[in-house]
Design a protein around this ligand. Structure first.
Ligand code: RNT
Ligand code: ZN
Length: 418
């Protein structure tokens, strides 16, 4: 796209927003400071690099068989860098434990340590990126339907040991990058069919978490993620939203909101102002549920827009960590990263461009029709010109120009993979 045209469109947008008291230059600065935590698992359909890797389990599923998924650590790193080169701004990389650099060695989940992530830390430093982390309870012979809530003490302690070690790894990453590593804890624990031991499982999960969190790890931050149900675990989820919301509030932990994890008519955006008086920070897993927790690629849909708008309206920008969590195996995976990441940024861009104090004033003055009218007008304001300018200033392709780059990478790299 022609630079001149983008600049002209931006100049018009800048004036239009200024009429509403919104400074687009300020918004561009805020966008520059908006860092996504890009999930590594879109590149390979959540397979990871364990030598002993088996089938995917734990109630999650990546569907589709688009050619070219990353088969090893080098391919995944290359794909992530390719995606990042098409996304404006600087972003973090979110690793799961199963993505360690195991060098052909069988390393069980209760044996992992920071040495297997040394090369990741070096890679991150070299590429000026920061790492976040996740323990991995799924896709393992001991996963079953219960891990940290398992009444079998041997299995439960296996997963406690795993998660403890993951916190040490996260802490090492935090130290290496001189910035806390955000570690997410999600376990799939639940029941396929009716169960009468709900209280037992939840007490066990609480006990496990207490043991895991007993050791302070100053350079990492813990977040905990609940959900409604998993595949094959439809009847009961131990780590439900109520469970983790209460745990996070009582134990000063970060609550993770995965936008795919709620009942279809429930609004994840509405959680923001509801829990922020009680928890210091939130972690997002921005995703897109289609009828269930399908983890489709994030787009600019109403729920995503509402979520970012609620964060801005709550003045909570610096209390939120912005993770992505989708894994679509049916389309070009670099494309998936770029579309999803840019969609999240565009939603944030629109959220930041809202004339907040003006809107709030109308509402408090009882001028409901004015509030409604302005919100309607805002939908058609030239936010796209601001985002285009953002891309331009970050030296990444503007608009759909990134398609050519992805196509070239597909032709020369991903299509060559067996
Ligand atoms: C599963 C959770 C979890 C996973 C990743 C792979 O329902 O959303 O965050 O998607 O950890
Ligand atoms: Zn998630």
């Amino acid at each position: 796209m022609k630079t001149e045209l983008i600049n002209q469109a931006y100049a018009v947008a800048r004036e239009r927003y200024a009429e509403w008291g919104v400074d687009t230059e300020q918004v561009l600065r805020q966008l520059q400071d908006f860092h996504l935590s890009m999930h590594c698992w879109q590149a390979d359909d959540v397979a990871g690099f364990e030598v002993q890797a088996g089938a995917m389990s734990g109630g999650i599923q990546s569907t589709g068989n688009y050619p070219g998924k990353a088969r090893n650590i080098d391919e995944l790193r290359s794909d992530v860098l390719m995606a990042q080169s098409l996304i404006p701004g600087e972003h973090r990389l979110n690793l799961h434990e199963i993505y360690g650099d195991f060098q052909g060695k069988v390393v069980d989940r209760d044996e992992v340590d920071a040495s297997y992530f040394q090369s990741w830390m070096e890679w991150a430093r070299e590429h000026n990126t920061k790492l976040d982390f996740n323990s991995s309870s799924f896709s393992h012979p001991k996963s079953g339907s219960l891990s940290l809530a398992n009444p079998d003490e041997g299995i439960r302690h296996f997963w406690i040991e795993h998660t403890r070690r993951c916190r040490e790894i996260a802490n090492a990453m935090g130290e290496a990058q001189n910035d806390p590593c955000i570690m997410n804890l999600w376990v799939h624990d639940g029941c396929k069919d009716v169960s009468v031991n709900h209280a037992l499982y939840r007490n066990l999960l609480k006990q496990s978490l207490d043991e895991i969190f007993a050791t302070p790890q100053p350079m990492m931050k813990d977040c905990i993620e609940g959900k409604v149900f998993g595949i094959g675990l439809e009847s009961f989820t131990v780590g439900s939203h109520d469970f983790y919301t209460a745990y996070a509030a009582a134990n000063d932990k970060i609550l993770t909101i995965d936008t795919g994890h709620y009942h279809p008519t429930e609004s994840p955006a509405d959680k923001v102002s509801a829990v922020l008086p009680f928890v210091k920070e939130l972690m997002l897993h921005v995703s897109r549920p289609v009828r269930w927790d399908s983890d489709h690629v994030t787009i600019m849909d109403d729920p995503t827009q509402e979520l970012f708008s609620e964060i801005v309206r709550a003045q909570a920008l610096d209390r939120v960590h912005y993770g992505l969590d989708f894994f679509d195996g049916s389309i070009n995976r670099i494309g998936a990263y770029v579309i999803g990441s840019r969609a999240a940024q565009k939603c944030m861009c629109r959220a930041l461009l809202e004339p907040q104090s003006l809107l709030a004033r109308h509402e408090l003055a009882g001028e409901g029709y004015k509030l409604l009218a302005l919100l309607e007008e805002l939908k058609a304001m030239p936010w796209q010109a601001v985002y285009d300018e953002f891309c331009l200033r970050n030296d990444v392709p503007v608009g759909s120009d990134f398609l050519t780059e992805i196509e070239r990478y597909e032709q020369t790299v991903t299509s060559k993979r067996g």
